[in-house]
Design a protein around this ligand. Structure first.
Ligand code: ATP
Length: 362
């Protein structure tokens, strides 16, 4: 069993900066776990601690039932794939993949079998004699993965492996990585700041912010029931609309728990009202300020009519996203700029959070 378990893991860098503030999570054998969060939240630090490239200030990391805090990286039975591939430029693709195995003194036939098998899986068979400079970015990334695969590790660790690729290739490689992991059934921990990549790859999503875990869960559960306003605005694009739960909105909702201070509604759950306003749920009048047509759908940005744009609570309490309300409409028909629009959302699509955004209430 190659599960990965973190218990109260902390990291304080020399100089006193607390990059990881007590993190707990468990990845089951064969699961794909994605650590996602904004730049600087500590996800690379955490991954490097699992890899053994960074010391652990406090807590415990277990891989396959063994506490590895004091185990050297080479003895942890992991293989890491980096953002910058780190291929040896003077070696062929074959030798790049074989290098680590030779270093361990593995017998030649075994090395050859493993390299050929990895090349077959990754469709690199015709490129084994090439040097990295003769490959495309996506092919180089596949070689980097091949180097991890031949080691047959208990756990794959990925540190933003796709962020150097262009958008189209990134999507293609994302699908390949997922297929590959399903096929090899190897436990994986994958770091990215891209929420879409995280949503599509993860069995287990770990959303991080400022050195702490905000939420752990299956991607669609996290999307449907974000635990904090940070998660609500980080997962999903465009982000969830977050409005201060003022008296008028409370009345409209027919009351709300006293501890609720923020109302959340996803852009796709706000629809243009037809006929009379609904008597339950949310109804808002907005003035259209901007429109983005992206093809299959249109994003409409507005502010509530008759009010100063009020700061909406975004990622962190007090961090304004500009007071905008965003609506996502299928297709390309859109209202005109400056138009006043009645929009509404059903009661079951609404989210309530505490005033500091740290707690989900309903
Ligand atoms: P990114 O997506 O930008 O790589 P990240 O979430 O992976 O961000 P880390 O690289 O883990 O973030 O860094 C977490 C925090 O720790 C950052 O604030 C960073 O400045 C700090 N940090 C990282 N390495 C060191 C170090 N060697 N000494 C002091 N602080 C560090």
């Amino acid at each position: 069993m190659a599960d990965v378990v973190l218990r109260q893991v902390r990291k304080t860098y020399p100089g006193g900066f607390e990059a990881i503030k007590g993190v707990d999570f468990a990845v089951g054998d064969g699961q794909f776990c994605v650590l996602v969060g904004p730049s600087g939240c500590g996800k690379s630090t955490l991954l490097r601690m699992v890899a053994g490239l960074e010391t652990i200030t406090a807590g415990e990391i277990e891989i396959g039932g063994r506490v590895v805090n004091a185990v050297e990286p080479a003895d942890r039975d992991i293989a890491m794939v980096f953002q910058n591939y780190a291929l040896y430029p003077h070696m062929t693709v074959y030798n790049n993949m074989a290098y680590g195995l030779r270093n361990r003194g593995m017998a030649k036939p075994e090395i050859d079998a493993r390299v050929q098998e990895a090349a077959r899986i990754l469709e690199l068979g015709s490129m084994l004699a090439r040097k990295p400079r003769q490959l495309s970015g996506g092919q180089r990334q596949r070689v980097a993965m091949g180097r991890a695969i031949v080691r047959q590790p208990k756990v794959f660790l990925f540190d933003e492996p796709l962020s150097n690729l262009d958008a189209k290739l990134r999507v293609a490689m994302r699908v390949e990585i997922r297929k590959l992991q399903r096929r090899l059934a190897t436990t994986a921990v994958y770091v990215t700041h891209d929420q879409l990549e995280a949503m599509t790859l993860a069995d287990v999503l770990v959303v991080m912010n400022a050195g702490e875990v905000e939420q752990i869960g299956a991607p669609l559960d996290v999307y449907a029931r974000p635990a904090t306003t940070f998660v609500a605005s980080f997962i999903g694009a465009p982000p969830m609309n977050l409005l201060p739960l003022a008296d008028d909105l409370r009345t409209q909702l027919g009351g709300a728990p006293a501890e609720a201070g923020i109302l959340g509604v996803r852009p796709e759950d706000l629809v243009v009202a037809r006929g009379t306003a609904r008597s339950d749920g949310l109804a808002l009048d907005i003035v259209v300020e901007a429109i983005e047509r992206v093809g299959p759908e249109t994003f409409v940005y507005g502010v509530r009519a008759g009010r100063e744009p009020r700061p909406v609570v975004a990622g962190k309490p007090g961090e304004s996203s500009g007071g905008e309300i965003i609506i996502r409409i299928p297709g390309q028909t859109a209202p005109a700029l400056g138009e006043r629009l009645a929009v509404e959302a059903a009661p079951y699509s609404l989210h309530l959070f505490s005033a500091d955004g740290r707690r989900r209430i309903a």
